[in-house]
Design a protein around this ligand. Structure first.
Ligand SMILES: [Zn+2]
Length: 115
């Protein structure tokens, strides 16, 4: 059983108490803090969606140069978004790393098919 201090009146209260019994101030519970940490940012999700789309497009493009350049452009955009997400230390770090790695693989695959 851990005690924390109230944000409103600085009295000791139980850490899971959503409200202070002394002054009624709402407390940041551990559960809501964890949820904030775990939900990935929109940038990370967009990056992953872009790289997934480009990876799939790369697999079905069958060496068509125009579509491969499009694939590469998508992958680069996804990698940049993932990089921005990592640099700004937003949530969804794992997703951002996955999208950057996937973007690199897609780039290598599409460039290999172009040349
Ligand atoms: Zn209080």
């Amino acid at each position: 059983m851990t005690m924390v201090f109230c944000r409103g009146c600085a009295k000791e209260i139980h850490e899971s108490a959503p409200l202070c019994p002394q002054c009624g101030a709402s407390q940041p519970t551990n559960i809501s803090l964890q949820q904030k940490k775990e939900s990935p940012s929109g940038v990370a999700i967009t990056a992953l969606m872009l790289t997934c789309l480009s990876f799939l497009a790369c697999l079905v493009s069958e060496g068509d140069k125009d579509s491969l350049f499009g694939v590469a452009a998508f992958a680069i955009t996804g990698a940049i978004l993932g990089g921005i997400n990592l640099q700004q230390r937003r949530s969804g770090k794992t997703i951002a790393i996955v999208s950057v790695v996937l973007a690199c693989i897609t780039l290598l695959l599409s460039l290999g098919q172009i040349s």
